[in-house]
Design a protein around this ligand. Structure first.
Ligand code: NAD
Length: 326
């Protein structure tokens, strides 16, 4: 018997790239996690299920699991056995286990290394990874021009920048020629506990820059079991304990905080894709189901209000990241 194809996830326009990305994106950092090791078989099955359910966007970095995430994602994508243009892959440069290096020389080497590990001929989106740890002027004057050359060579299609502090995005976008930075990837700023990315959306829209919002579960804080390594999570203790209380409240009411958190992040259509980290078929199924349910019947407004009330004292609380500038 032929299985009925699953209904596809909503696709959204990604800035001026011409790409249509699934509302839920696949974050591959958990495929490289040393806190929660994933077998090759499970990694392949997770990627397969994601694609089957309509996820067409996959994000990784050489930093995740010191290149393990790229290798496992590459194997998973290869195993799909579908034409290359049916999925969109982003990886990154500049952040490695050894440290940060955004130099032209390192970037030029990095692309070939990533292509080999991912078993691909080109990368759709190549991001500068966590640029607040580098010199933003070097990113503007050296890294991004090098990436334009890689575009011309056909090794990459689009360029992105990522990081935690939102000011890095305006700093760079105000100083580069239009069309050189196609997308931004922000994380931990569009979740129930922190929605500060919202203020930047009109600016990004005016530049027609695609918006990827990562970590809707606040890197594990908005899950029933919490992050895999709570002591390594960068959030201040009061944010951690408020999220824990919110998760416990949902559980006691028979609700799932991750579902609510996914739906919250997915509700803003000016965000092209919500990148959630996943390392199991079950997580893929739950997160896609959350998106489908949102499309069909909207968010559970009552539970959302209750969780927002619990998180109110820590709303928009974040943590320092990168080289501290005065
Ligand atoms: P996240 O908020 O997406 O949380 C992921 C965690 O929640 C993982 O531990 C995962 O196992 C767990 N999880 C996922 N679905 C679940 C479910 N339904 N129920 C319970 N637990 C569930 O945080 P993240 O993984 O750090 O971020 C998502 C992705 O975004 C990353 O994998 C990465 O690709 C990208 N990202 C990029 C940057 C950057 O470029 N600087 C920063 C953060 C994240």
């Amino acid at each position: 018997a032929v299985a009925m194809p699953a209904p596809k996830l909503e696709l959204r326009r990604l800035g001026n790239t011409g790409l249509k990305v699934s509302s839920v994106g696949f974050g591959a950092s958990p495929l490289g996690s040393r806190f929660c090791p994933v077998s090759e078989e499970d990694a392949i099955a997770t990627v397969r299920e994601a694609f089957r359910l309509g996820i067409n966007f996959f994000d990784t970095s050489p930093f995740y699991g010191a290149t393990l995430s790229e290798k496992l994602l590459g194997k998973g994508l290869k195993a799909l056995g579908v034409p290359r243009n049916e999925y969109i892959v982003s990886t990154k440069i500049g952040r490695y286990r050894e440290g940060f290096d955004f130099s032209s020389e390192r970037v030029t080497k990095s692309i070939d290394e990533s292509l080999e590990r991912l078993q691909l001929d080109y990368i759709d989106i190549f991001h500068c990874h966590d640029i607040e740890f580098g010199s933003l002027d070097q990113i503007i004057d050296e890294t991004i021009p090098t990436l334009q050359k890689l575009k011309k060579l056909g090794k990459i299609r689009f360029v992105g920048i990522t990081g935690l502090p939102l000011e890095i995005f305006t700093y760079v976008l105000d100083r580069v020629p239009p069309g050189t930075v196609d997308v931004i990837l922000s994380y931990c700023h569009y979740s129930i506990n922190d929605s500060t990315l919202e203020d930047l959306l009109p600016y990004l829209k005016s530049k027609d820059v695609g918006v990827i919002s990562a970590a809707p579960l606040a890197m594990g804080l908005l899950t029933e079991n919490g992050p895999p390594a709570p002591d390594r999570h960068p959030a201040p203790p009061e944010l951690k304990s408020a999220c824990k209380a919110a998760a416990a409240y949902c559980k006691q009411k028979g609700k799932n905080i991750s579902k609510l958190a996914m739906q919250y992040s997915l509700s803003n259509k000016d965000i092209s894709t919500v990148l959630v980290g996943m390392n199991s078929v079950k997580q893929v199924e739950e997160n896609v189901a959350a998106a489908r349910e949102l499309e069909l019947s909207g968010i559970d407004q009552q539970s959302l209000s209750e969780v927002e009330a619990i998180l109110k004292p820590v709303k928009n609380l974040t943590w320092p990241s990168g080289i501290q500038r005065s």
